[in-house]
Design a binder for this molecule. Sequence first.
Ligand SMILES: Nc1nc2c(c(=O)[nH]1)N[C@H]1C(S)=C(S)[C@@H](COP(=O)(O)OP(=O)(O)OC[C@H]3O[C@@H](n4cnc5c(=O)[nH]c(N)nc54)[C@H](O)[C@@H]3O)O[C@H]1N2
Ligand SMILES: Nc1nc2c(c(=O)[nH]1)N[C@H]1C(S)=C(S)[C@@H](COP(=O)(O)OP(=O)(O)OC[C@H]3O[C@@H](n4cnc5c(=O)[nH]c(N)nc54)[C@H](O)[C@@H]3O)O[C@H]1N2
Ligand code: SF4
Ligand SMILES: [Mo]
Length: 581
Amino acid sequence: MKVTACPLDCYDACAVVVDPNSLKMTGLESHPFTRGALCAHLNRHYKEAERIQKPRIDGREVTMEEALKAAAKAIEGAGEDFLLYRGSGNVGFMQAVTEHFAAACGGWTTEGSLCDGSGQAGVEAGRGTSLALPPEAIEQADAIVVWGRNVTVTNPHMARLLKEKTLIVIDPVKTKIAKEADLFLQVRPRSDFYLAVLLARFMFMEDMEDKAFMDERCEDPEWYYDFLRTFRIKISLAKCDIELDDLGDLLYQMQNKKTVFLVGTGVQKYSIGDQVLQAIDGLAAVLGFFGKPGCGVSFLSDSLAGFRIPFNFSKKRCAKPVAPFGRFKTVLVQGANPLAQMPGLAKVEEEMRKVENLIYFGLYENETSEKAKIVIPAKDFLEKEDIRLSYGHPYVQPMPKIKDAEFGISEYEFTKYLFETLGLEGLKEERYYIQYMLDQCISEGEILKSPAYSEFPYAEEFDTDSGNYEFLEEFEDDFDDEEEGLWLLTPKSPHSLNSQFRRENFVMLHPTHGFSDGERVRIYSEYGEVTLPVKVSDDMRSDCVLIYVGTPGVNYLTPPMKSLMGKSACYQEVKVKVERI
Ligand SMILES: Nc1nc2c(c(=O)[nH]1)N[C@H]1C(S)=C(S)[C@@H](COP(=O)(O)OP(=O)(O)OC[C@H]3O[C@@H](n4cnc5c(=O)[nH]c(N)nc54)[C@H](O)[C@@H]3O)O[C@H]1N2
Ligand SMILES: Nc1nc2c(c(=O)[nH]1)N[C@H]1C(S)=C(S)[C@@H](COP(=O)(O)OP(=O)(O)OC[C@H]3O[C@@H](n4cnc5c(=O)[nH]c(N)nc54)[C@H](O)[C@@H]3O)O[C@H]1N2
Ligand code: SF4
Ligand SMILES: [Mo]
């Protein structure tokens, strides 16, 4: 039996036991977070997914040697006009080795994120770093607030830690976890900033704030109280579409309870995502909920926090959500599907058409492989060496090679080929990079922890310049949230991992709109449109339209823009309309 980790982009980062003969996979029982069972993505979807086996150039099958040669030529000929665009199809650390190449050859790369970048910027503004809250700390909570994170679908192993605790869910959709909650606030989308500010203010009014923590550990708490009071209660309640009684219920459920906030990407798919996270962290700071057992805010953490990184990264970077592909002669897309997953898809397609050499390096066919000039099949996670860090917990898992590949090339092998063919220097052995990371981990028997591991993060101090928690100082927002139309929600689907595996293909609408199941409708925004069959559901608010991430065409609706901070995508900063066709 060999132990590796699931490579998929998921909070849980399960440790996986693989039988090298049958390749049967099971979860590692002793893993501190996941404790066993794997989900259907790895056990079923991954296994049934059809891989690209043959390299291609202009649609014609070629040998790997020919494809690599063509790729090297296209990159060399591009000089400065080369862009490396990486996604999160596999989140193993060694995916980043191609960055080392982009830096060495003087090409461009991306910065920012399609995912959690705006939220992370807000967390870092307040705490200095974004550290993972370990399961050990979550376990000791009395109450859990699940805030814009669909734990049942995206973070399934969290269920164990929610048992027998007061459960509060804040989401515009009545998700499965919302149905099980002691209190569910079905808030209006994009209102979480107001909710966090209102709650913090009421904590002061009800004398529930932690005065000692604020005096000792926070910068300017008096000033923050004044800031909170600049938001009128009535207006803020209306923004969230909740009643004063709902706030009272929430306060009552949290009273005298150690509370953990599990915050997901749902609250921050907006230009103001950083301010939302800083306001939620601010609420936790007012309550003194940092650095103590059973307390804290768990957002998608920075898995590289505390590590020294052995790769160079190019200094030439463009913002990922608005990558200007058209400016580049050669674009290498690795582990990604930008022609489905990026916001403002019409613009992305237009830009991509101008690229002379689009190289796709991945496992599966998708919208991007279809348009690529050169297609290079990758090896999968069982066929190469790697190491898995996690944004959901602070544990690290080596990923040894378990079987020989029959086709494809690894990221390291591809990088080595490019270094050699282009006559570049500075690439070390593969083992060196993995060992370099492993050597920095804290090891406890079989278990490896990130060097930034802390049982109760920020117990001594925050990682800001002052060493204290820094509250948000001003609120800036120029989106007109009263604009006519319905909110677009694009959460993660239970059957796909972003655009991998079984992608959904429908729009979910509330019955008040009068559509029926299976009827095809046109959904449009100022950026584009998509036609989809309807599924009627009263689990969502009537002012929302829900289209799962990965649904073909969903991103024609989303805006080609980046967040105010963190250079992140703002998928839900848009109103849409629906009409019969
Ligand atoms: N099955 C599955 N699991 C996945 C993935 C997948 O594609 N499929 N993707 C992985 C990746 S890349 C990521 S980043 C994570 C993300 O996982 P999550 O953080 O769970 O993100 P989402 O599912 O996008 O949204 C979470 C919840 O936010 C709610 N929401 C939407 N808008 C708002 C809002 O304005 N306010 C509030 N309070 N809630 C809102 C949605 O209804 C949804 O229930 O999941 C990972 N896990
Ligand atoms: N509307 C809307 N769109 C969204 C989101 C949203 O909330 N709303 N969420 C966004 C988020 S959070 C994310 S993280 C992005 C994800 O979007 P992308 O980063 O583009 O990821 P995927 O769609 O999963 O594409 C992954 C591809 O990686 C390839 N791959 C898998 N394993 C390997 C490997 O080992 N090596 C190589 N070379 N390739 C591999 C597969 O071929 C697969 O097709 O989508 C974003 N898109
Ligand atoms: S829960 Fe997440 S990490 Fe675990 S097997 Fe499923 S996709 Fe992989
Ligand atoms: Mo993501």
